[in-house]
Design a protein around this ligand. Structure first.
Ligand SMILES: Nc1ncnc2c1ncn2[C@@H]1O[C@H](COP(=O)(O)OP(=O)(O)OP(=O)(O)O)[C@@H](O)[C@H]1O
Ligand SMILES: [Mg+2]
Length: 335
């Protein structure tokens, strides 16, 4: 028996198989291009194509089906931290539905709500509040994803919003600095903040890496595959192609930096005595040449690339390690 973690991205499907959640002993780590470009089926036709794709993956890579864990992209769920008066567990359980209605934009009959108390003051002081994390997902959508797997005989043991997997994979400790986590992808980026060892908020920014491919393709009249190769080979190197490539990529990265600046300001408004001190980048696009330097120069904070295999052993992949943060977070969750 082993754990199989799947991160189905619009560009690439990442799979990690590990012995168990504690040892982080890796049996297999693979990346496969997502030929469908979908992360969840919308129609019956797509569900069939999706099932075939997944079934082939399990067959081709001889994946263990006993403990299969899946991630949900942030743009299909809503995660929010709310402040509520200090309540007992039972009181919270009966009040949470109403609280969710106020802050989660998913109709009640389609909502799967999960919640977790993040912070609860010890004493019932006047005006004391506790922080509760709400995660809402669409029942109709989760069922569609689950059904694809059920149809090929697999019952997923875990479906988790990807940002929480990434945060777990970063192994953040109580005295670590206030950190922005950017889970980068081809279609979009999730930008989240963790401070005092606690999740603060997350939002989805449409500044995905495929925008760069499209811009290069258009500017240099290349097909998307060639454009992607230029991006990966040269990145933000101002010396390549007389600086012309840099001029195309730079404005797109500047939009990401604007989103990061907004995030820093928003956090600081809510915590005037605190500041973001660190940015952790995860996902394939985090590896863009020159990205770490550019962000740290612009924002004046430490920037690092996620190392999800830092504590792992066995068949750790040599390339693209930052792409596997979601998978490693799924693997290390104790069920
Ligand atoms: N070394 C690199 N430099 C720049 N970009 C890279 C590099 N390696 C991979 N990428 C880009 O990363 C993207 C793939 O990353 P990833 O697998 O994290 O995306 P995804 O999960 O499929 O996307 P999404 O989560 O948005 O659906 C592609 O756009 C690819 O071009
Ligand atoms: Mg992704």
């Amino acid at each position: 028996m082993s754990i199989t973690a799947l991160d189905i991205g619009t560009h690439t499907i990442k799979i990690v198989v590990a012995k168990d959640s504690r040892s982080q002993a890796i049996n297999k780590a693979v990346e496969i291009k997502n030929k469908l470009g979908l992360v969840a089926p919308k129609s019956d036709q797509e569900a069939l194509q999706f099932a075939e794709l997944i079934s082939n993956l399990f067959h081709d890579y001889k994946l263990d089906q006993s403990d299969v864990r899946l991630s949900l992209p942030e743009y299909l769920v809503t995660s929010k931290v709310i402040d509520v008066p200090v309540l007992s567990d039972a009181e919270l359980a009966s009040a949470i539905g109403w609280q969710a209605e106020q802050s989660i934009p998913i109709p009640k009959n389609d909502l799967i709500l999960q919640y977790q108390v993040l912070e609860k003051p010890n004493k019932k002081a006047v005006n004391a509040t506790m922080k509760v994390l709400l995660v809402g997902s669409r029942k109709s959508l989760v069922e569609k994803i689950n059904n694809v797997f059920l149809n090929i005989g697999i019952e997923a043991t875990l479906l988790e919003t990807q940002i929480f997997s990434v945060i777990r994979s970063l192994d953040i400790e109580a005295n670590d600095p206030e950190t922005i986590i950017v889970q980068m992808g081809s279609s979009s980026n999730d930008i989240a903040v963790v401070a005092n060892n606690m999740f603060e908020f997350v939002f989805n920014s449409k500044t995905g890496s495929s925008l760069i491919d499209a811009a290069i393709s258009q500017s240099f009249n290349l097909d998307l595959k060639q454009a992607e190769e230029y991006k990966i080979n040269y990145g933000l190197d101002p010396n390549q192609m007389e600086g012309k490539l840099y001029q195309v990529i730079d404005p797109i990265i500047n939009n990401l930096i604007i989103d990061l600046q907004k995030t820093m300001r928003f956090f600081n408004q809510n915590h005037p005595e605190q500041k973001i001190k660190r940015i952790a980048l995860a996902g394939g696009p985090a590896q863009l040449k020159g990205l770490v330097e550019k962000i740290s120069q612009n924002l004046g904070v430490e920037v690092l690339i996620a190392a999800p295999f830092a504590k792992a052993k066995g068949q750790v992949p040599e390339l693209n390690q930052a792409s596997y943060s979601v998978c490693m977070g799924l693997i290390t969750r104790q069920l």
